[in-house]
Design a protein around this ligand. Structure first.
Ligand code: HEM
Length: 351
């Protein structure tokens, strides 16, 4: 008997996601580096759920609940903070290298550069220099992904703690009322001031100018240095916000598309937790931190995917990538830990 169309699509999804994750795992092991977001800085502190949540009651996010946490900021891919880059904030709800009840990974920009397994495979075919080239074949094929670049990259922001970060993909949220909902999260500065560091027309001149500006004199690590000094001085403080929408049987595919925002008038952002980071974690210890999308309490979690075109396939692949992260750590045991080079490796990736 022939397999049904649905089981064929599921099997294909399994094969392609596994193949991608094998490739990423080999890369992480051989290079001893993260596949992306290589260069960053990290700290520890507390994550406190707000006292009067404006979202449906939830067993994990009980009002006032406090978790120890770690937060890592990084830049996607180049080791020079003066470049035009996507920046990130990842939070672990535990003060550990790995085990945690929940990990959250967020990038600057409301929308992503890819939104399913097929697009991620295509994205993986781009060289590092091509990743944000508007005229390239990738953005002609996926015009929405170019919006992700435009909203995501930042030039010389004032501080990692003053940017806005988004999960972009959505996941599951089941409150104490038992209603199935989808959630997205974002991290804002405590001051709630507007996002900044947006690219200019000069940055987007053809071909895109990702390098540091000719008159830029700051150190390649100025942003990391600023954040670490801020944490030591007064702490870095943020609000984590949540956006929810009720699951419906007739939900359009676009609901799950990381390249599209949800309408904030229909799904307003409300405060979820206050995050306070008050101690910097030294480089070697920070390097051992791994975040995993597999770290989810039962009342949250990833949405199932049916095919390589299903938008939820992206998070399924990310959860599998826990293996790549473990391989990076294993490579330290065999080849030794990578040395901190203070931004001098910036030229490694210049085309
Ligand atoms: C919209 C989609 C995505 C977002 C928002 C996202 C976000 C992030 C962030 C914030 C980090 C940095 C984590 C850290 O600081 O250690 C990261 C790293 C990473 N991501 Fe993604 N990611 C996405 C898609 C993917 C996909 C599809 C894969 C599939 C393999 C993937 C694999 C990885 C890996 C392997 C790392 C390096 C982690 C390590 O070695 O510890 N990501 N991602």
């Amino acid at each position: 008997m022939l397999p049904s169309k649905a089981s064929f699509h599921r099997a294909l999804l399994h094969v392609v996601n596994e193949a991608m994750v094998h490739a990423v795992t080999a890369h992480s092991f051989l290079t001893r580096n993260r596949m992306s977001h290589l260069f960053g800085t990290c700290g520890r502190g507390t994550f406190r759920v707000v006292d009067r949540p404006a979202f449906p009651r939830h067993e994990f996010f009980e009002p006032g609940r406090v978790f120890p946490c770690r937060l890592r900021h990084a830049a996607a891919t180049f080791d020079d903070d003066a470049w035009l880059l996507v920046r990130s904030a990842s939070i672990k709800l535990a003060d550990t290298d790995y085990d945690a009840p929940l990990d959250i990974e967020m990038n600057t920009g409301q929308t992503a550069l890819f939104s399913n397994t097929v697009q991620f495979v295509d994205f993986g075919r781009l060289s590092t220099g091509e990743r944000i080239q508007r005229d390239g074949w990738y953005y002609r094929k996926y015009p929405l992904a170019w919006e992700g670049v435009k909203t995501g990259v930042r030039r010389t922001p004032r501080s990692y703690s003053l940017l806005h970060y988004y999960t972009q993909t959505c996941s599951r949220f089941v409150g104490l009322d038992g209603v199935e909902r989808y959630m997205k999260l974002r991290l804002l500065p405590e001051s709630r001031e507007p996002d900044h560091g947006f690219p200019t027309a000069w940055d987007f001149a053809r071909p895109i100018n990702q390098h540091r500006l000719p008159d830029e004199t700051r150190s390649p690590t100025f942003l990391r240095d600023e954040w670490e000094a801020r944490v030591a001085r007064e702490g870095a403080r943020y609000w984590l916000q949540i956006q929810l929408r009720e699951a419906r049987p007739d939900d359009d595919d676009a609901v799950f598309d990381a390249c599209r925002e949800w309408d904030a008038r229909l799904c307003p952002w409300v405060d979820l937790a206050h995050v306070c980071i008050d101690e910097v974690i030294p480089y070697a210890e920070a390097n051992r931190i791994r975040f995993s999308l597999g770290h989810q309490p039962p009342s949250l979690g990833l949405l199932p995917a049916k095919s390589i075109w299903d938008h939820n396939s992206l998070n399924q692949m990310r959860a599998l990538a826990a293996r790549a992260k473990a391989a990076r750590l294993r490579s330290y045991e065999i080849f030794g830990e990578p040395a901190e080079d203070g931004g001098r490796s910036a030229t490694r990736f210049v085309r």
